[in-house]
Design a protein around this ligand. Structure first.
Ligand code: ASP
Ligand code: MG
Length: 449
């Protein structure tokens, strides 16, 4: 059995829903199809919930009506048969009634989570009716019946495995199951979610629970690219990449895959294939444990980085200094991304600056503090730090004219990152592309230094 996940854009319009249905029905294997909400819908639901917390009840109700009109337009265009239109309209009437019934002054977090869950409930119901109309039989299983998170908001894998298996066993001849991404129940049996963008995570958790042979994530680009196509012209999609490298890239902004979603797939050794709904013939990117080794696989960047330097002669030959500094970040619940040290100074980077003022105040007790902002981390992923001669030289040879603020190398075998001013980011990405990737791509070889 395989798992196929389609994101918001893939189910965002009538044409796209038809494309997804064509992909699903062309696959012979038995499968679980995980769907996101139609693009923009979860944002709209979040907006409704925000309006309710502000007490703006009439506006919330009117946004619900606008959403309903959007859904009704989809229904009118998507289905040909009267029977499907009738069923879909009846479903939407109930659904709209439910949302309107949640409009009140008494807006709690529990109600907010019920509202946020509705996008996936609608997309899966409308999709199943469409599959039905084109003669493709399927079973819609509710994620709320098996996707459970524990008190730490982590999936309860044993529960999920057990319940999902039992549900699937009820339909021994069914080859296509449909379920919702993102939504789940919590330990209190309330509707909850896996956080924004969590549908990839759902797919990976399900893949692990049923030991699927592959997890396919269908989006609107053809796999991971070797560089950021928004800023660099000649990028290409990567055919294969290891989980370790993909994890480095996902964290640094290669937004194609939710970072958390790599974990269950990696731990259970299930290959993840990234595919393009709008170009199903393209190979996409396969992420798996035994990907062919490459010295340099891809480059990604992360913006809005702040660097903090703590300089103190008390650090010289002392121990316990770093611990005290880390404690400040820990107590202020601020993750540190990159860190470099010298004998008398530590530089580190953060991207969440909500506690910055407090952090600086507390650090001032340890030495002099300098803060730089508008920085970008550039991450290079590949088999970089494993006795590979010349890799670092090749990278920095491309960057002779670029001032570099910090370098982090050797933390993992799969990553070299450095910090530059954000105004230099586009130049850096292009220089690395020209210096490291283009010469070899044009030789029709995979990327090597
Ligand atoms: N619909 C949810 C969101 O927009 C989950 C997802 O699409 O992955 O965040
Ligand atoms: Mg999404």
């Amino acid at each position: 059995m395989i798992v196929l996940k389609f994101g918001g854009t893939s189910v965002g319009t009538v044409d796209n829903i038809k494309k997804v249905a064509a992909i699903v029905s062309s696959m012979n294997e038995s499968k679980i199809v995980v769907l996101s909400a139609m693009s923009g819908v979860t944002n709209t639901l979040q907006n409704i919930s925000n309006l309710l917390s502000e007490g703006n009840i009439s506006e919330a109700s009117s946004v619900i009506n606008t959403l309903n009109i959007k859904y009704l337009d989809v229904v009118n265009d998507l289905y040909n048969k009267d029977e499907s239109i009738k069923k879909a309209t009846a479903f939407l009437r109930l659904h709209n009634g439910l949302l309107q019934s949640l409009v009140s002054d008494d807006h709690t977090s529990k109600i907010q989570r019920i509202i946020l869950a509705q996008g996936e409930i609608v997309s899966t119901n409308l999709f199943q009716l469409y599959l039905n109309e084109i003669g493709e039989s399927s079973e819609l299983i509710s994620a709320l019946d098996f996707m459970i998170i524990d008190q730490n908001n982590e999936p309860d894998n044993d529960y999920i495995k057990d319940h999902l298996k039992r549900i699937l066993a009820k339909y021994p001849s069914t080859r296509t199951f449909i379920t919702q991404g993102f939504i789940c129940k919590n330990r209190k049996d309330e509707i909850d979610n896996l956080e924004r963008g969590g549908s990839d995570y759902t797919a990976s958790i399900i893949g692990a629970a049923i030991a699927s042979s592959q997890i396919q994530i269908w989006t609107d680009i053809d796999g991971m690219h070797n560089n950021d196509p928004r800023f660099v012209d000649r990028t290409f999609s990567i055919e294969e990449i290891s989980f370790d490298e993909a994890a480095e890239l996902a964290y640094f902004g290669a937004k194609i895959l939710h970072p958390q979603s790599i974990i269950p797939a990696k731990e259970n050794n299930i290959p993840v294939l990234l595919k393009n709904t709008f170009k199903p013939e393209a190979k996409g990117t396969l992420i798996y444990n035994n990907a062919r080794v490459e010295k340099i696989r891809a480059v990604a960047a992360k913006d809005n980085i702040t660097a903090i330097k703590i300089k103190s002669y008390r650090m010289l030959l002392a121990y316990g200094f770093l611990k005290k500094i880390f404690e400040v970040f820990d107590q202020n619940q601020t993750p540190i991304d990159m860190i470099t040290t010298s004998e008398v100074a530590v530089s580190l980077t953060i991207d969440n600056i909500s506690q910055l003022e407090k952090i600086i105040q507390e650090l001032e007790g340890f030495g002099s503090i300098e803060v730089d902002n508008d920085l970008s981390i550039i991450c290079i992923a590949g088999n970089i730090a494993q006795n590979k001669k010349g890799v670092t030289a090749a990278i920095f040879n491309c960057l002779v004219d670029i001032p570099i603020r910090m370098i982090s190398y050797g933390g993992s075998n799969y990553n070299l990152s450095f910090l530059v001013k954000s105004q230099d980011k586009v130049a850096v990405l292009n220089l690395l592309n020209e210096g490291l990737f283009i010469p070899l791509a044009s030789q029709k070889k995979s990327v090597m230094v």
